[in-house]
Design a protein around this ligand. Structure first.
Ligand code: PMV
Length: 331
């Protein structure tokens, strides 16, 4: 018997009194994975094949105000009303469907991304995490973070990690209902760590990450090598974080991202998010590194790069990548 999202929500909310308020607001940070989530073992529940590890982006994320209203659902992002039939609105309303206490309950969603959307870093992770937090507030469920991480995951896998600040590990879990697949924060701060958001293109992705993941798992001969790579990289990253070994952190994150992209390039038909400008930025990173600058990058399901470096090198990075947006996750 397949377990549905509604089953999971019912299990989490079982015995929780609901005392709705007219409206509630929440914020959740975006996150960048250093060891990626790539491939689901359950498509419905967004259960991953492997664990993953991310760093949250501090004040860069999504703010949302949720209100209960009559009529129909309405959503606004960064001051603009979303068309009801847009891809984003459909995903959002389908997520809210899981939580309507009565069939005619309708929501108004007013969302603001503090991460530069125009630069192509709009994040479904912070969006669904902040919705889970706002739903918890508006209905007064008083859920713990573990349950909120599970609820956020039902919207988007990587959202499970955005209910926390700092370094976050998402356990893959083994249970078919995913009750053991949630994120937890690592007890570590790295004050000097910096991320650089480097926008290469703001155009719409040719293949959404959900479809790309599915195609990779189903058709890429390289995907069989992915779980072992993740196991090795998770251990190396935790070691790097424990010892504040920046080159180990950077090398591992970069290699993990390149391996993820290699698995999708080997899918049929291939998925290649890189643009000429992505490749040129990679070469610049490698040239700077050869010249002695400890600079690394990671990339997600898109053409943009996220640079990794330490505070002491921020000036040198900015000199070459003058339009980079620098984030201090622990500052
Ligand atoms: O959460 P989704 O379905 O948007 O998938 C995110 C996948 C990556 O961003 C490529 C990797 C990750 O772990 O965030």
């Amino acid at each position: 018997m397949t377990i549905t999202k509604k089953d999971v929500v019912a299990r989490i909310l079982q015995g929780r009194p609901s005392s709705p308020r007219p409206s509630a607001s929440a914020f959740a940070p975006a996150n960048i994975a250093l060891c990626k989530y790539w491939g689901k073992r359950d498509e419905e529940l967004n259960l991953p094949v492997t664990p993953s590890l991310s760093v949250s982006l501090g004040s860069f994320g999504s703010k949302v105000t949720l209100s209960l209203q009559g009529g129909s659902d309405a959503a606004e992002l960064n001051g603009e009303r979303l068309a009801e039939d847009s891809f984003f609105a459909k995903r959002l309303f389908a997520f809210l469907d899981l939580f309507r206490p009565a069939p005619d309950t309708r929501f108004s969603v007013v969302a603001h991304n503090t991460i530069p959307t125009a630069a192509g870093f709009a994040s479904s992770a912070s969006g669904f995490a902040t919705l889970a937090l706002a739903l918890n507030e508006i209905f007064g469920w008083d859920l713990d973070r573990r349950s909120l991480s599970i609820l956020a995951r039902l919207g988007s896998g990587s959202a499970s990690r955005s209910v926390y600040e700092g370094f976050v590990e998402w356990q893959a879990g083994t249970s078919p209902d995913g009750m053991d697949s949630y994120a937890e924060p690592l007890d570590a701060k790295w004050k000097d760590l910096r991320l650089g958001l480097l926008a290469v293109s703001t155009d719409h992705k040719p293949v959404p990450s959900r479809a790309a993941m599915k195609r990779t798992v189903e058709t890429s001969s390289l995907y069989t090598a992915w779980p072992a790579k993740v196991e090795k990289d998770m251990a190396a990253l935790k070691d790097a974080i424990r010892r504040r070994d920046f080159p180990l952190l950077g090398q591992t994150a970069e290699s993990n991202a390149l391996t993820m992209h290699a698995t999708m390039m080997a899918a049929s038909p291939p998925v290649l998010y890189w643009l000429p400008a992505s490749l040129s930025a990679m070469h610049r990173v490698w040239a700077l590194r050869d010249a002695g600058l400890p600079l690394y990058f990671t990339m997600d399901a898109g053409p943009n790069l996220k640079l990794l470096f330490e505070e002491k090198d921020a000036h040198a990075v900015k000199k070459v990548f003058y339009d980079v947006q620098i984030v201090a996750p622990f500052a």
